[in-house]
Ligand binder design. Structure first.
Ligand SMILES: Nc1ncnc2c1ncn2[C@@H]1O[C@H](COP(=O)(O)OP(=O)(O)OP(=O)(O)O)[C@@H](O)[C@H]1O
Length: 203
């Protein structure tokens, strides 16, 4: 197994208050790591450190050179202020720096359409984000994350708001990503979800 992210002696404090201490582990490609723990135990903080949106106060997080990380944060309310449709929101997952203002090519458009079908969003493609139910909105953001070509998919409680059928579809997609060679890391309170895990991290 190849380590795509290496966590070495990591600690993290918010304004001096310690949240994570002395953590060391490797995130392996082609495997799924499920992060579990009580509310406030530091799951989101740990995922942000892995994805590079937070920097550790001690130790280091090393991502393999060129590794592409797709992150679905737990808090995504800000995006509702934008007048995006479901299709546009999913398509953002296929944009890359320097190509933002050009039309997506055929392969990218097919990936967006395919992902919307997989997550039962095709009939909502022209609907604005703020006009969706909580579960429909969450599926849109999961689609935006999983449509990316990434080496590491980091998802913070992705299925918390989903019905059983949607949850099952997301689990299938995550298993496909990991079988395809990516590392999948998800935070969860769902004990059934821990059954997806090759490794579990208890915080
Ligand atoms: N921006 C912040 N400033 C200060 N403290 C914070 C901040 N964000 C989180 N914390 C604190 O850090 C701790 C860990 O929070 P975190 O969100 O990582 O936990 P979590 O395990 O993801 O929780 P949950 O299961 O409720 O989503 C909590 O005690 C929280 O109050």
């Amino acid at each position: 197994m190849v380590e795509v992210v290496t966590v070495e002696g990591v600690g993290f404090r918010y304004a001096g208050v310690p949240v994570l201490r002395a953590m060391s582990l490797g995130v392996e490609s082609a495997s799924t790591l499920v992060v579990v723990g009580a509310n406030g135990s530091g799951k989101s903080t740990f995922l942000h450190l892995l994805a590079g949106v937070e920097t550790p106060t001690e130790g280091c997080v090393h991502r393999r050179e060129g590794a592409r990380v797709a992150l679905l944060p737990q808090r995504t309310q800000g995006i509702d202020a934008l007048p995006l449709t479901v299709a546009e929101c999913v398509a953002i997952g296929r944009f890359s720096p320097g190509r933002l203002l050009r039309r997506l090519g055929r392969t990218d458009r097919a990936a967006v359409t395919g992902m919307m079908e997989r997550l039962d969003l095709a009939h909502l493609a022209r609907r604005r984000l703020r006009e969706l139910s909580g579960g429909q909105r969450q599926r849109t953001l999961i689609a935006q994350t999983l449509v990316q070509d990434a080496d590491v998919y980091v998802l913070d409680e992705p299925t918390a708001a989903l019905d059983t059928r949607s949850r099952h579809r997301v689990h299938e997609l995550l298993a496909e990503r990991s079988r395809g060679g990516a590392a999948v890391v998800l935070a969860s309170h769902d004990t059934a979800e821990a059954s997806l895990a090759d490794h579990t991290l208890q915080l």
